[in-house]
Design a protein around this ligand. Sequence first.
Ligand code: NAP
Ligand code: GLV
Ligand code: GLV
Length: 321
Amino acid sequence: MKPRVVVTRNPPGDALRRVREAAEVWVWPENRPIDRMVLHTQIAEAAGLYCMLTDQVDTDLLARAPLLRVVSNMAVGFDNIDLAACAERGIAVGHTPDVLTDSTADIAWMLILGASRRMSEGIDVVRSGGWGEWNPSWLLGRDVSNTTLGIIGMGRIGRAVARRAVGFAMPILYASRSDKPDVEEATGAVRVSLRELLVRSDHVLVAVPLSAETRHLIGRDELELMKPTSNLVNIARGPIVDTDALVDALTAGVIRCAGLDVTDPEPLPSDHPLLDLPNCTVVPHTGSSTWETRAAMADVAADNLIAGLDGAPLPYRVPGT
Ligand code: NAP
Ligand code: GLV
Ligand code: GLV
């Protein structure tokens, strides 16, 4: 008898075809995150869970899943999963690094450029008929080329952003838990303290995972350290930045602008104060959202799931599980 698998959202591409060969698959049929109660019911007989970053895999869920052997997250981030609880139960946890690195680094660049050059304000004014005669002092932003980029978290995505920064002739500072000599050699990046990075950078990129340690890593004190001309870009997870502090900093001109692919909360309600700020560019968590990348993520998640069902090593197991 094939093992039972719960899939919480239909992924693009044909990854599920392979999962269906290996397992009896139940897929949440709707185009929105799965209802918690439905997941609680479906998980009871499941050996595998193929899930999304919107699904909380916590002790409450695991307590209802006595047969569960593998959790395969179709994301690189795993802050939605209680890793310790999975490890305790011998449940392998898979994720999808590497395949989304370039597309996410591209979104980081879209936001670095778009926020500094006031792209969303420009688009809005053109669409609303406000484009007047050429004006030497209109919609002035801040330079990107030859300015200093600070990268918080020199991991896979941080490195990919740094590689691109070489083309913009940017000095690079980074804050990470360990030295990255290869990145330093390839890009001239210099490791500094978080404080020094905030003080010296013109663009600050948040690229660390969300954890107890990084929640509100960027709060009022950190924003105060940044230059009044600077740009904060977050492509990692919303709660790494204290949203209320960011709203105040953008309102008071403590920093000049921000570009956010991730927010806290998510989705951001349309009446949220961040959206009243012309100097805040927000896109809806689309870092990995290209056809190619999402199909590749779906494939890696399928590979992890199938390996876990077989009791084989996961191609991409979350460290520590
Ligand atoms: P990664 O390779 O694990 O890189 C994360 C880096 O953060 C690591 O190099 C690590 O440093 C560093 N780090 C961890 N805790 C830190 C701390 N407290 N202070 C400073 N640095 C710290 O992960 P990745 O693949 O680049 O992805 C990063 C995150 O981006 C994911 O966890 C996910 O949340 C997010 N993400 C978002 C999107 C999107 O759609 N917007 C897409 C993909 C990923 P060391 O190496 O020095 O230990
Ligand atoms: C996206 O946010 C991911 O973690 O893959
Ligand atoms: C701008 O379009 C210029 O020609 O300077």
